[in-house]
Design a binder for this molecule. Structure first.
Ligand code: HEM
Ligand SMILES: *[C@@H]1O[C@H](CO)[C@@H](O)[C@H](O)[C@H]1NC(C)=O
Ligand SMILES: *[C@@H]1O[C@H](CO)[C@@H](O)[C@H](O)[C@H]1NC(C)=O
Length: 320
């Protein structure tokens, strides 16, 4: 028996190590298929962010909203069809997610560079999110690629899976846990709010009604651009340095300056585990950058379509 298992084991190891490299995501997926793929995405993202800094935030958020709805499969990019209503008009997305034109520009550039339809829309979102973080001052991490694109989308699934800014801590945590993510991921990834803007309608009740958990002068200054009963679409920065991928978001939470109810839920000032993560990242930029990359890779590997599942879309807005 001993000699039998010592023969079988090496084969098992070889097969087990070959199959995942074909079927699963890895950073080198396009090295042979299209060596210019990732640099082409980066160049187009850099140009878009140079035109408008906020676009980096918008592209990061697109990847998050894609991944949380049946995995990172480019489903958020699909327009409605006669057979399904897509995710673009779901509550968390409608009049809110943006960057679709830039995704189209990236897709056109990458298809030209690769001489064909090689790079999936789901991978474009994952790589563009990383490149946006780097363009706004965060740190590089190796993106896993090799995703394929969904052939359907669901507005209902988007409504059910994307967390709401009115959520309390327990709801946020159980939402993230249902996606295979832990408390640390919740805190680190919420640090994505170190860039970008939010509409008045998403934080009005916090700035007028949560006086116990909000810094009074901060609330006053935000109220100036978010009236009690008008200006739903007026924008406010999610942190004090909205185009820099820094730790100001966490420092703001410690000083009760979280803009969204969901942000401030991560720091309550009661010494809970959330508090300790927030305090740690507020004073440790290197750790935030590093752990953000780790959690993004984890989020990015949720339920990918690989192998012969799904397709590589020709137009990110439509199935082939
Ligand atoms: C933890 C649960 C989360 C909630 C409840 C939440 C909620 C929101 C809301 C309400 C907005 C403003 C949308 C608008 O006004 O139209 C927003 C913006 C944003 N979110 Fe989140 N978010 C969460 C997690 C994340 C994560 C994990 C990321 C990325 C890793 C992220 C990245 C962003 C970015 C970058 C923006 C600004 C987008 C822009 O300026 O275009 N968020 N989020
Ligand atoms: C999306 O927003 C538009 C414009 O404000 C609105 O007319 C439409 O009813 C919204 N769609 C959904 C499904 O809420
Ligand atoms: C604040 O709370 C009061 C009482 O519950 C409510 O009537 C009011 O609409 C709330 N204001 C906002 C801006 O949410």
């Amino acid at each position: 028996m001993a000699s039998f298992s010592s023969l079988v084991l090496p084969f098992t190891v070889i097969i087990a190590s070959l199959v995942p490299s074909i079927a699963q995501l890895n950073p080198d997926y396009y090295n042979k298929l299209c060596p210019q793929a990732l640099s082409t995405i980066r160049t187009t993202v850099e140009q878009a962010v140079a035109r408008e800094r906020r676009m980096g935030a918008s592209l990061l958020r697109l990847h998050f909203h894609d991944c949380f709805v049946n995995g990172c499969d480019g489903s958020i990019l699909l327009d409605d069809t006669p057979t399904f209503t897509g995710e673009k008009t779901a509550g968390p997305n409608n009049n809110s997610v943006r960057g679709f034109d830039v995704v189209d520009q990236i897709k056109a550039a990458v298809d030209k560079a690769c001489n064909g339809f090689v790079v999936s829309c789901a991978d474009i979102l994952a790589v563009a999110a990383r490149d946006s973080v780097v363009a706004l001052g965060g740190k590089f991490y190796d993106v896993q690629v090799g995703r394929r694109d969904a052939r359907t989308a669901s507005r209902g699934a988007a409504n059910n899976n994307i967390p709401a800014p009115t959520s309390d801590f327990n709801a946020l945590l159980s939402n993230f846990q249902s996606h295979g993510l832990a408390l640390k991921d919740l805190v680190v990834l919420s640090g994505g709010h170190t860039i970008g803007l939010a509409r008045c309608t998403t934080f009005r009740s916090r700035i007028y009604n949560e006086t116990a958990t909000i810094d009074a002068s901060f609330a006053n200054s935000v109220r100036a651009s978010c009236p009690q009963s008008s200006g739903d679409n007026n924008l406010s920065p999610l942190d004090a340095s909205t185009t820099s991928f820094d730790t100001a978001y966490f420092g703001g939470l410690v000083r009760k300056r979280g803009l969204l109810h969901s942000d401030q839920q991560l720091y309550k000032g009661d010494g809970s585990e959330g508090d300790r993560y927030v305090e740690f990242y507020s004073g440790n930029e290197e750790a935030f950058w590093r752990d953000f990359g780790v959690s993004m890779i984890k989020m990015g590997s949720m339920g990918p379509l690989t192998g012969s599942n799904g397709e590589v879309r020709k137009d990110c807005r439509k199935i082939n």
